[in-house]
Structures are given as structure tokens and as C-alpha cells.
Design a protein around this ligand. Sequence first.
Ligand SMILES: O=C(O)CCC(=O)C(=O)O
Length: 379
Amino acid sequence: MPFSDLVFTCCGGITFVLVPFAGYVRLFEATVIMFLVASLIFLPPLLAKKLLSRRPSAQTVSTLASVAVCVAAGLARYRLEISSYVKYLQQSIDASRPDEEILRHGYLFYKGSTNERAEGSPTYTREWRRVPHVVDDVLSPSEAAMVSSMLLDRREDFIHVDHLAFALPFFTYGPYWGYHQYSEDHNHNTGVPRPTHETKLTSVYVEYPHAVEKLRGGMLADFSVVYSRVRRALKEALNATSIEYLPGGRTGVPGFHIIPSSLAWSYQLFRFHFDESYEQLMEKVVNEHGVLLDEGACDDESRISFTLALDMPDEESGLNYEHLCYSLERQRYKVGSMVIHAGKLVHAIGHWPYGGYSKNRITLQGFGFRCGGKWYVYW
Ligand SMILES: O=C(O)CCC(=O)C(=O)O
């Protein structure tokens, strides 16, 4: 079974190691730093307990003294990196809490008052702004397992989403343009500066158009069955005449999130967000990547997000979203089923309990919107 190794290499040469009881972590300076930060938290009480016990043996004292010297040397050597990592953790935890502004946005969206076109919009956005819509049996469990295994074999081409995950294992197969934007106001921006360490295929360094050119054709060919099932399911659910990829071939097709196990995922570190606005979409995907569309005919309230569950680490796994006035709910995912919701629904990948090192969360992820009579999907 893939990802059951002690060490695996992905993303053009990045190594992840398995830490007992904690899951995978990227092997680079940050790993050392993470351990130093953990020692800062766990070592002082341990030291105090041992040293204050009635008669610590000479061996205990000398072992603790050498550990303390090593940790102190490490702290001195990496003090800048440690403070930036602690800042990253703080920002990550802060950013994953749904803040007042995001909840308010969600509430107004739920009430349908953010946009006067909302009331005139078709049922799919009016219903799916309230709760995600589930389409069962898009793939059978065995088909989903086969797709997951095919994906894990492509780990060389994974992109590590390092601007969000730092040293934690969070990958895409196929680029999502939103992960490769660095504007100040981008909703995934953590405020952490670009890392200076050497990286390979990571969200920070990968160029979206380049990754599209490299992977798009192969993805469409190798996963043609998945794409045709997803398009068929969307067509039926949306009552659409056709589901197409954005024209021009320079934008990504729906891709995959691959999240191997980590104890960290048992905390709500994934951020609450709503998907990029229609205006951002038009500006970036359409204008920058040369997609020709009759923008006037596009429905800016139609933006949807869809997720097909391919492998789930736990039966609790799913999507956290804001339902009703400021209350958070969980939409559980079932392998082979697809969940569709309005892009403006406030949502986040939901946390799940750590269940061992071989539990992956693998999904197909895409977005769509309607222009004239056609629906377009992309990533
Ligand atoms: O994987 C999921 O459950 C949702 C992913 C998501 O929120 C996104 O890609 O915007």
C-alpha cells in the first residue's frame, strides 16, 4: 500500500518521513525546527519532574543535561527559523478559525442579500447556498480505490502546497490556480514570507501555466473515466446541456487533493473560506490565461465547488460549513459520492481523528460556473 513507507519522495524530489504516532512530515530544516519547538513545550516539565524527584540518579541527570545542551544548541542555531515557525503556527490557527467577517459574509450570502441577482438565480445556487448537495455513486468504492492508487503512483508530479501546509503533507495532483497566487489580499495568504530554502514542486515555486501545460493532457487521458463520470453527474445535477473545460487549454482541469496522514489534521488547521470571487476568477483565469468567453453572458451567482471523495481516512471526514446564522455543520463524505455547493458557502476541509500512518484523504476537486447555456469546470 503506498504511503506506508517510513520515507517517501514526491514533488520532484522532496522527502517526507514518518514520525511515530504523528504521521508524515517534510524532511528539511523545518522538521528539526518542529522538534525543537516540541521540545520547548515538553522538555521543561519533564526536566523539572525528574530533577525535583527525590534522588535523581547520576545517569538521569547526565542524560537530561546532554539533551538540554543539544536542544539549547539547536535553539541558538535556529532561533530565527523557530520564531518564524511559531508565527506560522499562530497564523495558521488564527486563520483556520472562521472570523467574524467571514461568518457575516456567509450569513448574508445565506440570506441571499449580498447580491440582488440572488433571488433571480436558478435553484442550484439558492438551494446549495444553504446546504451542500450530494450525488451518490459517481464511482463505485472499488473504482475509487483504483483511482486513488493510480494517483499515489504519480507522487513524483505532486505539488506540495507549502504556503498553507509548511512541513505537513498536503498535495495536489494538477495545479489549482488559487494556490499559485501571491497577492496581498488573497484569501489563502498567511502573511508568511516566501521561504528561502530550496524547494522543488511546491505551491510557492510552481508556475500555474507551466504546470497546466505539463499535466493537463495526461490527466485527461489517464483519468478519462473519472472525468466523464464527474461531468455526467454535474450535468444531471445542474440540469445542464453540457459541462465543458474552460476553452483554450491553458487552464487546469479539476484536479486532486492528496492529504496523507498527520496528527496535525486532527485539529481544525484547514481554513474557513469562500471560494474566490467571480471577479477574481475572471481577472486571473480568463484575462491572464487567455480564455475567450462572452463574459456578459456569464452568471456571477452560479459559481459552484464540487468534491468527489476517493479515499477517506475516517467516517467523520468531510466538509465543515456555515449553516444558518453563524452555526457550523459537518457534511460527511462517502467514498464514490460527490458533494456540490455554491462557491460562496463558507467552508473548510473538516478535521478528522488521527487513525495511523496509512490513512489518506484523497478527493477530486473542481469549480464551475455558467456562461450562456454552458457550464464550465476548471481548477
Ligand atoms: O476537500 C474538500 O473537502 C474541500 C476543498 C476546498 O474547500 C477547496 O478546495 O476550496
